[in-house]
Ligand binder design. Sequence first.
Ligand code: BDR
Ligand code: CA
Length: 310
Amino acid sequence: QKKVILDVDTGIDDALGIVLAVRSRQLDILGITTVSGNVSLAKATENTCKILELLDAAERIPVIRGADRPLFRPAVFEHRVHGEDGLGGALSAMQLEKTAADGFAPDFMIASAVRFPGEVTLVMTGPLTNLAHAVRKDPGLVHRVKEVIFMGGAVQSFGNVTPTAEYNMYVDPEAAKIVMHAGFRSLTLVGLDVTRRALLTEEHIGQLAGSPLGDYVRQSTADYMKRYYERYGVRACAMHDPLAVGVAINRDLVTTGYYYVDVETRSDLCDGQTVCDFQNRLHKQPNVHVCLEVDTGAFFRLFIRALRSI
Ligand code: BDR
Ligand code: CA
């Protein structure tokens, strides 16, 4: 089993990423770290604990709080997309027992990489703030982590917050820049180019009917789907974060290209835009494996099978 740390700003799709990670049984989840993003750090932490309780995994997987704001910018929450609670209202009645463990997410990442050198995969599905803090604190981290897979950016397609920027990059572009240039052995960008194709439909939800998580998925995605329909005219919603987890489970779900990628941090119009130098115009060494194609059929087979499992 691959050792992973999930870093999340739980969020509807982060939650489904956690569900996939736990239920696939193919990952050894060392811990889940939380960050300010879709919702506040406190809410992201609470939602993460709730999901683990729902999955009966609360006792074995620690949740560790991280940054409560981006490196240099004010927070930008996404309640419009994820609802007031961040889970589309699905677990609002749950009496939560689990609380976060002591510690700070960047320190947990650093300590885990020291404990298991060359073995830890970081799967990041929120702004990259925690990892940027970790790299600044311990530059040697980049050699000890096996790989980083992050949901973020859009290299051939348009943004989802501004015309050019994807949300996770937009919220903390300076953190994304630090991570991209830190010198990690392997960085994989799972961007909107592929995640917008991983669309959860009514048919998929129908396939989950009768399974323990079927009701949760239907409830948590109901408004999310409505908003996707209003914006894109499609009755579905994108599984951005679950696809990043899927790539951690099975790399063959995607086809990647190795390119130099940078993030814009100094433009009123384009902050948070990920710029991929497809033609090597800048003559820089490639730094990011960019997902370009996705086998959505295989991804949803994995997703549905995992969620139907008990
Ligand atoms: C990303 O932003 C958030 O709203 C989602 O959870 C996902 O991580 C998509 O742009
Ligand atoms: Ca997210």
